[in-house]
Design a protein around this ligand. Structure first.
Ligand code: ADP
Length: 184
């Protein structure tokens, strides 16, 4: 049986496709759930779009609806002691700030997964940047759609210069120091 914390919290990743959101989420899930036995739910953008947000596209309006839906479930579960990890591009600042209010600002950890466009294009984990550059995908974040970096995120990880363990370690340290997570 998972251990629920007295109060949960939400780790909200934002960053370009290929920046490292899913990879760091997997690492945190392994650490917090498999090792520490805590109740953790991951809301991965790609997975959410096949279930909770099936049918939504990539216009600003649809992207904002998608983010509000993820924020809604994170807010509900945060109340019951679950650690939520949201890993969607979430390119727009305003709706991220809305979600911060829904969850509760003192329970919300915004993590900017910072990687330059050159870095994510060189990685091209899913081959999507090549397609976007060829014009086969329209409205791709960072290529022909906006990305608004956070102005004052709780944590910034620099995935071109850190290992996954280092990036995840910074996030865990923040959560422990903020009193959200018991020290390991
Ligand atoms: P996103 O979920 O943001 O689209 P992914 O996690 O799918 O991105 O891909 C990120 C890629 O970057 C992976 O191939 C991963 O191995 C690599 N990578 C290198 N360093 C890091 C790091 N410090 N944190 C996360 N990913 C990293």
């Amino acid at each position: 049986m998972d251990k629920a914390l007295h109060q949960g919290f939400t780790i909200w990743f934002t960053g370009l496709s290929g920046a490292g959101k899913s990879t760091i989420s997997d690492y945190l899930y392994d650490e917090l759930h498999n090792r520490r036995g805590l109740a953790v739910e991951v809301w991965d953008g790609d997975v959410v779009r096949t279930h909770l947000s099936k049918g939504l596209g990539f216009s600003k309006e649809d992207r904002d609806i998608n983010i509000r839906r993820i924020g809604f479930v994170c807010a509900k579960l945060t109340k019951y002691g679950v650690i939520n990890i949201a890993a969607a591009i979430s390119p727009y600042r305003e709706v991220r700030d809305e979600v911060r209010q829904m969850v509760g600002p003192d329970r919300f950890v915004e993590v900017f997964v910072d990687a330059s466009l050159d870095t994510v294009m060189a990685r091209d984990v899913k081959g999507l940047y090549q397609k976007a550059l060829r014009g086969e995908i329209k409205g791709f974040t960072g290529v022909d759609d906006p990305y608004e970096a956070p102005l004052s995120p709780e944590v910034v990880v620099d995935t071109a210069n850190e290992t996954v363990a280092e990036s995840a370690g910074k996030i865990l340290a923040y959560c422990e120091n903020a009193g959200l997570l018991p020290k390991a």
